[in-house]
Design a protein around this ligand. Sequence first.
Ligand code: TXA
Ligand code: MG
Length: 344
Amino acid sequence: MQTNVFKINPEDIDMSLLKHAASILRSGGLVAFPTETVYGLGANALDAKAVEKIFTAKGRPSTNPIIVHVASVSAAQELLSQWPAVAQKLADRFWPGPLSIALPKSSHIPDIVTAGGPTVAIRIPSHPVARALLELVGVPIAAPSANLSMEISPTLAVHVLKGLDGKIDAIIDGGSCPGGIESTVITLATDPPTLLRPGLITLRALESAIGKVQSKSHSQKSQNSSEEIAQSPGMMDRHYAPRAGLEVTESNGASRVHALTSAGLRIGWLKFGDELDGKLDGEFNKGETALTINMPTVPEGYAARIYAALHEMDEFGVDHIVAELPPNTDDWVGVLDRLKRAVH
Ligand code: TXA
Ligand code: MG
């Protein structure tokens, strides 16, 4: 299969190109598209055969449910058997935007989308290309991140092609995704609601909208891990790992990086908060044996850069990555979660 690339400027959308992408989706094909978080790999969520192609292209286990993207709250309601007041509060506050809300599904949603589970996770994306596409397609779009299973999410079209070229019908290249990490996932099927995957919308922000939210982030999971994986496989260890091994350090990584490069290894170094910071936000220096990236020191900036930085390190062919950890505060939970998952 040839993967067509449609280049679309999010600030000046070429509707004829987008119509073409929409028609591929309507006829059961797979189209990758930019969102405000990461690139998604879209299929018509109401077409079980089309959704099955997503699992095949990604090599995704059939036990991992897929987020459904819609254009409006009424479109979300059609896919759900309940719309409680808490859901309305969350939608009012955070949609369109990077929050996926899981609720009991209606019979419209094929079982393959939810991995046979009783709930479906839904969001209204805010990215102008994603929104225009949803309007044109006129059906909900099931879309996981557009990467091979177990690899890191794409924030640029080239990252998508790296894993999926020749396996999907088309990709809409809308430039880089501003958010950079996947949406926050919350389920309203528990009381109180449970944060399943942290993201740029923080626990504190969720609680300020709806009151108590329990957190089952990956670092705090209980002994019964197989049950939790079934509930949200996004909490699996190593779900978002670069090809090279990654280690994190709470202190300055200089001596560790020096020791590793002295031993002849090519090292990727994600620096945090040294004196260069602020001047060299997100830029990198290529040496012979180390690729150093000075990561931004605000969570939104760090998140926007992290996956691209890891893709660059894979590209450079590092043997190992050393990442200096950002502070352990509420604002950083989403980023810390992705760094910890990348450790292996
Ligand atoms: O930002 C995002 O969420 C991106 C863009 C494309 O929207 N999508 C994304 O999808 O990250 P994916 O499949 O890579 O991650 C979805 C996560 C997985 O951890 C999955 O287990 C969880 O959401 N999930 C999906 N449906 C669920 C459900 N009904 N209940 C609990 N967790 C669910
Ligand atoms: Mg993913």
